[in-house]
Design a protein around this ligand. Sequence first.
Ligand code: SAM
Length: 215
Amino acid sequence: MRARYKPWAADLIAGHPEIVIPNPEALKGKWHEEFGNDRPIHIEAGSGKGRFITGMAQANPDINYIGIELFESVIVTALQGALEPEGGIPNLRLLQVNAQELETFFEAGEIDRVYLNFSDPWPKTRHAKRRLTHESFLKLYERVLPEGGEIHFKTDNRGLFEYSLTSISEYGMLLKDVSLDLHANEPEWNIMTEYEEKFLKKGQPIYRLEAKFQA
Ligand code: SAM
């Protein structure tokens, strides 16, 4: 997702270093200190405009959330969402970084769950390595999660979902829960993302899986 250039975005982001962390590498191994508690930390890789991560943080105050997004013009909308509630969202941080570099920002086992929502499908075979469920990304997630850490993944893209099921099971992860139509019986805990709402309105099924790393 690339949004139109927003000339004001850089200043708004720079004005809120308490939310969009300017030097996240300095917090490697210190994220619990940053949040001021020992609660689990869940991240979303490719958090876009932030509806999911801000919604999750508000719904689950006992969990710390970090949204990771490449683009300034996109993450700035997540920042606006984080600033909306009175008193802010204390259990939420945002990082404008590449999820490929997770190990630069997190120690082994420092985060407890990775959410992937409507990740870019990269349909061409020659771009498979860019898919966030490619083996190289699974390796990366495994290194920053503890033993038994989980990935929760939603998408509208059937090709990406099929690819991810194969990639995840070939990696040796345990598939815990798979849905081929999440909204046929939407769980009450589901928080919709921007893309989820868009595709749902078009009548497309939403695929979802949970998978766990095994020793
Ligand atoms: N998760 C949001 C949703 O469901 O509405 C956004 C989905 S959008 C299709 C994918 C987002 O992931 C884009 O905003 C893109 O910039 C971001 N993204 C893709 N690859 C990324 C990476 N390697 N690191 C961080 N963000 C990434």
